[in-house]
Design a protein around this ligand. Structure first.
Ligand code: ATP
Ligand code: MG
Length: 280
C-alpha cells in the first residue's frame, strides 16, 4: 500500500506537484491523466526517487521511501521499476543484454556486467522476452527494433527487476494504436497475473478508462479527480483539462482500434503468453 502525504515538489517559483495526498492499495492499476505540465511525470519520478520531494512523504508498506539513502534507496529502486515514453534502452546493445541490465540492482557491484550474468538470469531474460512475444529479436541490436518492440523490451527489462511496483510514464505516447494496445495489454497482464501495482501516466482518456481501475486527474500540480472510470464524467474531464478541448477528444485515441482485427497482433509476432518467473 502506498501513502502519499502532502507531497509537494517545487522548481524555483513553479510548484510542479502541490500538496498531493492519497493512498494506493497494493495491486491496483492506476492511470494518471492531465494536461501537459500538470505534474504527472514529476509525481511518478518522486515515487522512484528520480526526483525528491520538496516536502511531504511517500511511504510503501509502512516504509518511508521519500527519505531512503544508500543501499536502502537502491533496494527501493529495484522494487520500483519504471518504463518511459522513449524506452531508454541501450540502442547498440542486443535485446537480451538490455533485458539482463534489469538485474543490475540485484548485484552488489556493477563489475563485468556483460559476461557475468548467471545461466538462470539468461533463462529468466529469455522467458521474459517470450512472454512479450519478442524472443526472436533477442540477439538484435535494440536500436534496430520498432518502437512497439522496444517498449516490450523495456517491459521485459522491468520484469527482470522482479518489482513490486511498475511505473510507466506515457508508455504508449510514441506508438501506433496496435502497438499501444499490445503494450497496455502487457501492463494489465503484469498487474493481474503478478499483482504488481501499476501506476501509469497517460495522455489519452479512453486508454485510462479501458485499462485502469482507478483514474487520478491532475491539474496544476493538484489532484482534481480521483475515482473509477465510471465516475469520470464530462464535468470531471473539463475540470482536469480546462479549456484544452483537444485533449478531451476521446476519439483521438491510442488504443482504440476500430478495425475488425482489433485483437490481432502485428504480423510475425506472437501474442502475450503466460510465464512463471519464480523458480528460474
Ligand atoms: N527539472 C525541472 N526543472 C524545472 N521545472 C520543471 C522540471 N521538471 C518539471 N518542471 C516543471 O514542472 C511542471 C510539471 O512538469 P511535469 O513534467 O511533471 O508535467 P507532466 O504532467 O508530466 O507534463 P507532460 O504531459 O508534458 O509530460 C511543468 O511546469 C514543468 O515545466
Ligand atoms: Mg510528463
Amino acid at each position: 500500500m502506498f501513502e502519499f502525504k502532502g507531497l509537494t515538489r517545487r522548481f524555483g517559483d513553479k510548484t510542479a506537484v502541490d500538496n498531493v495526498t492519497f493512498d494506493i492499495p497494493a495491486g491496483q492499476m492506476v492511470g494518471v491523466i492531465g494536461r501537459s505540465g500538470a505534474g504527472k511525470s514529476t509525481l511518478l519520478r518522486m515515487i522512484n526517487r528520480l526526483a525528491d520531494p520538496t516536502s511531504g512523504t511517500i511511504s510503501f508498506g509502512g516504509r518511508t521511501v521519500s527519505t531512503l539513502r544508500g543501499a536502502e534507496l537502491r533496494r527501493w529502486q529495484r522494487d520500483c521499476a519504471m518504463i518511459f515514453q522513449q524506452f531508454n534502452l541501450v540502442p547498440r546493445l542486443d535485446v537480451l543484454t538490455n533485458v539482463l541490465l534489469g538485474r543490475l540492482n540485484h548485484r552488489s557491484t556493477v563489475t563485468s556486467i556483460l559476461n557475468l550474468f548467471t545461466r538462470e538470469e539468461r533463462i529468466m531474460a529469455i522467458a521474459a522476452l517470450e512472454r512479450l512475444g519478442i524472443e526472436q529479436s533477442a540477439l538484435q541490436a535494440a536500436g534496430t527494433l520498432s518502437g512497439g518492440q522496444q517498449q516490450r523490451v523495456a517491459i521485459a527489462r522491468a520484469l527482470m527487476q522482479e518489482p513490486k511496483v511498475l511505473l510507466a510514464d506515457e508508455p504508449i505516447a510514441s506508438l501506433d494504436p496496435l502497438n499501444a494496445k499490445i503494450v497496455m495489454d502487457a501492463l494489465r497482464d503484469i498487474n493481474e497475473r503478478e499483482g504488481i501495482t501499476v501506476i501509469t501516466n497517460l495522455h489519452t482518456l479512453d486508454t485510462a478508462r479501458a485499462y485502469c481501475q482507478r483514474i487520478i486527474g491532475m491539474a496544476q500540480g493538484r489532484v482534481v479527480f480521483d475515482g473509477t472510470p465510471d465516475q469520470l464524467t464530462s464535468e470531471a474531464v473539463s475540470e482536469i483539462y480546462g479549456a484544452d478541448q483537444s485533449a478531451i477528444d476521446e476519439s483521438m485515441t491510442s488504443t482504440a482500434i476500430s478495425k475488425p482485427n482489433a485483437n490481432a497482433v502485428a504480423a510475425g509476432e506472437r501474442p502475450l503468453r503466460p510465464l512463471v518467473l519464480a523458480g528460474v
